[in-house]
Design a protein. Structure first.
Length: 201
């Protein structure tokens, strides 16, 4: 009966096939369009519910090279995660029990500009958080925090993205940051959001 059904009508159109995942080359091209600067954004590999382990964790780049250490040994004693560089120097302190009665999360820099993460009161109905830096600047995070699919914005410029699209490992997601930006700040904010979204405190 060809493409017509028994009642003489046209057959329903076939459902569209799901989009194939991007190849590494296509993903790099997409990254260049989003971040510019010759597509040199750095992608870091993160583990879900990091603060629940109470142990050390290495943040690696997408090539497997260690970049930062998250020291969790003080988690049970002081409810604190400490971010360190490769030499062991402290960079950031993050309280495990990050959410206070005022719904603020403090990112304490050892040598640098500290920040506070707060719900954006201008957009109370959406998933939008403001990162208020001590020097007066303000960044924003927008997207789906529970599923690790959101972005960082400095004004109208996208400077970072959190997503699972770069890694196929279970309980693993990536953080991609524009070249030259403040990597450790965005990584610490990512861990803070992971804690609050998955109630690991």
């Amino acid at each position: 009966m060809g493409l017509r059904d028994r009642r003489g009508g046209d057959a329903a159109p076939a459902a569209a096939a799901p989009a194939a995942p991007l190849s590494r080359r296509e993903q790099r091209q997409t990254d260049r369009q989003e971040f510019g600067r010759r597509g040199s954004a750095t992608t870091y590999k993160m583990q879900e519910k990091l603060a629940s382990f109470g142990d050390d964790f290495w943040i690696e780049d997408d090539g497997g090279a260690r970049k930062f250490k998250v020291n969790g040994k003080m988690l049970r004693v002081r409810d604190t995660l400490i971010f360190e560089d490769l030499s062991g120097a402290e960079l950031v302190k993050l309280q495990s029990k990050a959410i206070s009665i005022r719904d603020k999360m403090k990112i304490e820099r050892v040598n640098g500009v500290s920040a506070v993460i707060v719900k954006d009161l201008v957009n109370v109905l959406g998933d939008d958080f403001a990162i208020k830096l001590d020097d007066g600047r303000e960044l924003h995070m927008k997207g789906n925090f529970f599923d690790h699919e959101y972005s960082f914005y400095d004004g109208n410029n996208k400077v970072g993205e959190v997503s699972k699209k770069w890694f196929r490992l279970r309980d693993t997601y990536g953080v991609q940051i524009e070249a030259g930006y403040d990597d450790i700040l965005l990584l610490a904010c990512t861990v803070a959001m992971d804690q609050s979204s998955h109630d690991t405190v």
